[in-house]
Design a protein around this ligand. Structure first.
Ligand SMILES: [Zn+2]
Ligand SMILES: [Zn+2]
Ligand SMILES: [Zn+2]
Length: 345
């Protein structure tokens, strides 16, 4: 049965958050060191990287002297917040004798006390429920309980002007100037209304001609997942490269509401945790936080200093798959022509 809204949607403020006391029992594993990097692994990674670039010469990769390998770690802090939002609106529908849950059965619960079972966590979803004991019967506002309304076509007259004779009751024949009685309206000038077929009234659609409506409070409960991520690293690697790889899990925690982490040796990670948690708390303050999960992933980064034919520079190897970031590779043209021409040939 169709329902209609009769008042604007009202957003219901969430109850104050119940943040459990910090118990200090973070179940994190020790932060592991980055894997050892050797000259052989570096050279293999660079050779593979150079081979995948069609215009890069392999000689530099083969001949370069690896001067130094400086290991470091990038950290990816990830935060997910599951929230619930409740809004309410009065809705009405035709009352046709159905059983309704009125206040005779008890007082309506407060909006956040209405029992609604959420879907699986970390999934978006929405459900609309009738607030218990909120229903009542009211008179139909569109027909004042009559069950019928004035016909929109004839305005209740039951007849409309005849357009064939323009309400004159007479028509002219083509061959002469003699007027004949209009056949469409039998010379009356008006015709029976084709919408209501005469009575000038139509059944009220709002109440299905019953004259009564059931009105009740409908509550929409919606669940959403919000995710944020922050990469913490101290090299000149473009963050977008680190965003694209997953890294290895160093810490993970899930609670009704998590506290910012405060134990990472790199204070920037602790800071990122505080900042993103504050952001989520403020940004989603109109919603109730149901569950939070945060994690720190570790991505090893090695800065490699090298020398090739008087050319001294550095590049990076990163991630557990030894990916290479080598923006200044010194032998970018293999065939003596410019890199651009080489690429388009
Ligand atoms: Zn009505
Ligand atoms: Zn007519
Ligand atoms: Zn009519």
């Amino acid at each position: 049965m169709s329902t209609l809204h009769c008042k604007p949607v009202t957003s219901i403020d969430p109850p104050p958050p119940l943040l459990a006391a910090e118990d200090g029992s973070f179940s994190h594993r020790p932060i592991e060191d980055v894997p050892h990097m050797t000259d052989t692994i570096v050279r293999d990674a660079v050779l593979a990287h150079v081979s995948s670039n069609i215009c890069w010469g392999l000689t530099a990769a083969r001949e370069m002297t690896i001067l130094d390998i400086i290991p470091s770690s990038a950290f990816k802090y990830e935060l997910e917040t599951c929230t619930e939002r409740r809004t309410a609106i009065w809705e009405f529908e035709p009352y046709t004798g159905q059983l309704i849950d009125t206040s005779n059965f008890g007082a309506s619960p407060k909006p956040w006390d209405v029992l609604v079972v959420p879907p699986n966590p970390y999934q978006n979803g929405q459900v609309t429920v009738e607030v218990p004991h909120s229903a009542r019967i009211i008179n139909c506002h569109d027909c004042s309980t009559l069950g019928r309304r004035k016909c929109w076509s004839c305005f209740g007259n039951g007849e409309i002007a005849c357009t064939t004779c323009n309400e004159s009751g007479l028509t002219l024949t083509n061959s002469s100037s003699v007027s004949n009685s209009c056949l469409q309206c039998n010379g009356v000038g008006r015709r029976r209304c084709v919408v209501c077929l005469g009575p000038g009234q139509l059944p009220c659609k709002t109440c299905l001609a019953r004259g009564k409506l059931k009105i009740c409070l409908k509550m929409t409960v919606s669940w959403k997942i919000y995710g944020s991520e922050r990469v913490v690293e101290h090299t000149s690697m473009p963050p977008i490269l680190l965003n694209a790889i997953q890294g290895r899990l160093a810490f993970q925690e899930e609670k009704a509401a998590v506290w910012p982490i405060n134990f990472f040796p790199d204070e920037a990670v602790n800071h990122a945790s505080r900042e993103l948690l504050d952001q989520h708390r403020l940004r989603y303050s109109a919603e109730k936080i149901m569950l939070q999960r945060h994690a720190v992933r570790l991505v090893p980064i090695y800065q490699i200093a090298y020398l090739w034919r008087e050319h001294r520079d550095y590049f990076y190897i990163y991630g557990y798959d030894n990916l290479v970031y080598f923006p200044g590779y010194p032998q970018r043209s293999c065939c003596g022509i410019s890199e651009y021409l080489c690429n388009i040939s």
